[in-house]
Design a protein around this ligand. Structure first.
Ligand code: GLN
Length: 483
């Protein structure tokens, strides 16, 4: 397992690029030039990037080629282009979260993941479009205009990491990073037909990720193959003293056990996430995926996680509550935009009114309400108790199963504009993905065939905390058995 067979026209995987660059068979500069050309030719129609840092990328590629020429090893991702979601801090390079309020702000430091990718030899191509502050499921909430799905430009790429998913799907970059608070890596991965991983909470440092909901946020890779996702996760994960929630003990690399297969693994079909509201074509593909795992030797059963049906309700209180607190820092003093007013308070209000888009304001209002005296117990407190119920119900499921399976998204990519007027319809896109953010567990989306409309379908594999090695083995089996 690992890399698919080479064929003319199939873009190289990240692992193939790194192998070629490390051995001197291909220059990092030629790799980077090729991707920059693809972006220049195609991104006008897709809108995956907020910013392309071409000159920096070429300079960095030159450094890598010089290292190879000098007999040094630039690292496991040598010369691999990466696209970074625009909520990852990049030193001296604008980081906007696709919001007017951060326009013009250049972070004074790199996120840990950006630093680690660089140490592994990767080359950043630029910053990708997203729903403003990662709030959304379609990338239509960006202040800079939507991203389009490369599989069909009238459809959304999903969100909030829609720019990252589209960049990989369009062949603008072999690798992208996204962030996942309620599904924002997995859902766009599913809608664009790429692999997307939400690691266990604490496996990847959040230092330098602009906070949305700190108890839920995780950074993870989007790639074309499972093996590439493993390679990137191995490069970015691990303890970080600058994130107090990062897990202290180093974990074994997932790449090492990718081809372990699923023989004897107990795989549960997650009852509550495979029923009502899932489109028939999506449900059918999940059944085929389960059969594929079974034919590969997994023992399959029904797994009920009763409280998971309350995941969405709990999420849409907890995430806005945390967001309302995290976004208080955009006050016109410390970052980006300032709209002057007759007093400091008036300046704060004018800045926030002009700088935030509608969805962000909606979240701040919901979150502030849920946290306010008199409503805290009824909303935020209740949601936290539901979160505990969900954690307990999953814990019971993990006594009987090693992995769980569900759709990633209830439908394939929907049309641009289809859900923008109806926030509830938009929130429903996350029904299958939010539960694991509430529990902190690992989950990933693997592309697994197409729906009635010819658009990609993703299957979600869920694992207990730090179950990445097993999760990736199942993902590799699904990828190999894709039919
Ligand atoms: N779509 C969800 C939301 O709008 C999840 C976002 C995310 O994971 N960042 O909150």
């Amino acid at each position: 397992m690992g890399d698919p067979p080479t064929s003319p026209g199939r873009p190289a995987t990240a692992r193939e690029i790194a192998a070629a660059v490390r051995s001197g068979r291909r220059s990092a500069r030629s790799v980077v030039d090729k991707y920059l050309e693809a972006i220049a030719a195609g991104d006008g129609d897709i809108g995956a990037f907020n910013l392309v840092t071409a000159a920096r990328a070429r300079a960095r590629a030159g450094e890598i080629d010089a290292a190879v020429a000098a007999g040094k090893d630039p690292g496991p991702l040598a010369g691999v282009p990466v696209a970074l979601k625009d909520n990852l801090c990049t030193r001296g390079v604008a980081t906007t979260c696709s919001s007017r309020i951060l326009e013009g702000w250049e972070p004074p430091y790199d996120a840990t993941v950006v630093e680690r990718l660089q140490q592994a030899g990767a080359v950043a191509l630029g910053k990708t479009n997203m729903d403003e502050f990662a709030m959304g499921s379609s990338t239509e909430n960006s202040a800079f205009g939507p991203t389009r799905n490369p599989c069909n430009p009238h459809r959304v790429p999903g969100g909030s990491s829609g720019g990252s998913a589209a960049a990989v799907a369009a062949g603008f970059s072999p690798v992208a990073l996204g962030s996942d608070t309620g599904g924002s890596i997995r859902q766009p991965a599913a809608l664009c037909g790429v692999v997307g991983v939400k690691p266990t909470y604490g496996l990847v440092s959040r230092y330098g990720l602009v906070a949305f909901a700190s108890s839920l946020d995780q950074i993870g890779p989007l790639t074309t193959t499972v093996a590439d996702a493993a390679a990137v996760l191995d490069a970015i994960s691990g303890p970080d003293p600058r994130d107090s929630t990062s897990i202290d003990e180093p974990q074994p690399p997932v790449s090492a056990t990718l081809d372990g297969g699923v023989e004897g693994l107990r795989v549960g079909v997650l009852t509550e996430l495979n029923g009502d509201g899932i489109a028939p074509d999506v449900a059918a593909r999940v059944r085929v995926a389960v059969e594929a795992l079974q034919s590969a030797g997994a023992r399959v059963g029904e797994a009920s996680v009763p409280a998971s049906v309350y995941g969405l309700s709990a999420y849409y209180l907890i995430a806005p509550a945390e967001a309302s607190s995290n976004l208080a820092r955009y006050d016109g003093v410390r970052y980006g935009l300032r709209v002057e007013g007759p007093s400091t308070a008036a300046m704060n209000i004018a800045t926030r009114s002009a700088g935030f888009g509608d969805e962000v304001k909606r979240r701040i209002i919901i979150g502030t309400y849920a946290l306010s005296a008199g409503y805290y117990d009824a909303y935020y407190g209740k949601a936290q108790r539901v979160r505990t119920l969900i954690i307990n119900d999953f814990a019971s499921a993990w006594e009987r199963f090693d992995l769980l399976v569900s759709p990633t998204s209830p439908t394939t990519a929907f049309a641009l504009g289809e859900r923008t007027a109806d926030p509830m319809a938009m929130y429903m896109s996350d029904v299958c993905t939010v539960p694991v953010n509430l529990t902190g567990q690992a989950a990933m989306s693997v592309p697994f065939g197409i729906g009635d409309d010819g658009l990609p379908i993703g299957v979600q594999i869920l694992a207990p905390a730090l179950g990445e090695p097993t999760m990736f083995r199942a993902a590799a089996v699904l990828e190999a058995s894709r039919r």
